[in-house]
Design a protein around this ligand. Structure first.
Ligand SMILES: Nc1ncnc2c1ncn2[C@@H]1O[C@H](COP(=O)(O)OP(=O)(O)OP(=O)(O)O)[C@@H](O)[C@H]1O
Ligand SMILES: [Mg+2]
Length: 292
């Protein structure tokens, strides 16, 4: 559980107060429609449907092996569902490759860090920007006309803004692989943010962090959501964080959706409590604790 609430608004009338935040009423930014995924005999996902509204922080929780990462991989394009469809901004992206989805505005971080360990922090973030730069030929022509230089300057300015925001200025020249785990997670977030995604997929952004690092990370995620306008789809095991910053939560168990709704309603759900039995008892805090 976090020591401090990371949200700015003190409003508590509806559970964690997030329900009253600015969430678009228009069609969902992301829809999963009866998504199933099998690996040979393993059913990683069975007919999972959900929708993420534009502007919200939507969390997926569930015991180990429940299918959370598989679901996010179906959204990013790393896995293709065996059945079902994924729609992003109304467009069917089920068959699109990951880089095409990234181009449409779906960014991500990984459960296990995927930084270029030998490269500097700055270069790692630049990689995230890469697809936003124009093609080689167009760049060549534009360079002639002075446009590429302008583009490069704007590009660097944006990267600096992200470095500033995530407070990694002091390590910008450091080799990524030599940083502490918490810092590496932050650099990975910076790289995902550099793509300026409309929807950002975060797979256990706080895993392995100490309390202070978790609080920082939670604050960055809320700021990305509230100030940068990013919709967030997050997998996280830390219930304190999930309950504190999510607008809505979906619970997976054995590849099936067993609950969805506000953090409070999900915590109070008997089915959810049962799914967590056998997990560490502290994994699901009592409802009164969660909203304290
Ligand atoms: N590439 C794969 N090949 C075979 N089986 C897989 C693959 N990826 C996932 N699985 C299986 O699918 C199921 C769901 O795994 P997944 O990684 O999605 O769970 P998870 O909810 O993210 O778990 P965790 O909390 O441990 O990260 C598991 O039984 C897992 O072994
Ligand atoms: Mg996982």
């Amino acid at each position: 559980m976090l020591n401090h609430k990371v949200r700015a608004e003190p409003d508590r009338e509806a559970g964690n107060g997030r329900e009253s935040a600015r969430v678009g009423s228009e069609s969902p930014i992301l829809e999963a429609d009866r998504v199933s995924l099998r690996f040979g005999g393993v059913r990683a996902l069975t007919e999972v449907s959900f929708a993420v509204r534009r502007g919200e922080i939507f969390s997926i929780i569930g015991p180990n092996g429940a299918g959370k990462t598989s679901m996010v991989n179906c959204v990013s394009g790393r896995y293709r569902p065996t059945e079902g469809r994924i729609r992003f901004e109304g467009r069917d992206v089920t068959r699109l490759r990951p880089n095409r989805r990234a181009g449409l505005g779906i960014g991500r971080t990984f459960q296990n860090l995927a930084l270029f360990g030998h490269m500097t922090v700055l270069d790692n973030i630049m990689v995230g920007r890469h697809h936003l730069l124009r093609s080689g030929f167009a760049r060549g022509m534009l360079y002639w006309l002075g446009g590429a230089q302008r583009e490069e300057i704007a590009h660097r300015r944006e990267v600096e803004e992200i470095i500033d925001f995530l407070e990694i200025e002091h390590v910008r020249k450091a080799v990524a692989g030599q940083l502490s785990y918490g810092l590496r997670k932050r650099v990975e977030l910076a790289r995902a943010v550099a793509l300026r995604p409309k929807l950002i997929l975060l797979d256990e952004p706080m895993a392995g962090m100490n309390l202070e690092e978790k609080e920082d990370m939670a604050r960055y995620i809320v700021d990305l959501n509230e100030e940068w306008g990013m919709t967030v789809l997050m997998i996280e095991h830390d219930m304190g964080v999930v309950m504190d910053i999510s607008h809505r939560v979906m619970v997976l168990d054995f590849g099936r959706k067993i609950a969805e709704g506000s953090p409070d309603s999900v915590l109070a759900d008997e089915h959810v409590k049962r799914a967590y039995l056998g997990e560490a008892d502290a994994a699901v805090p009592a409802p009164e604790e969660a909203v304290a």
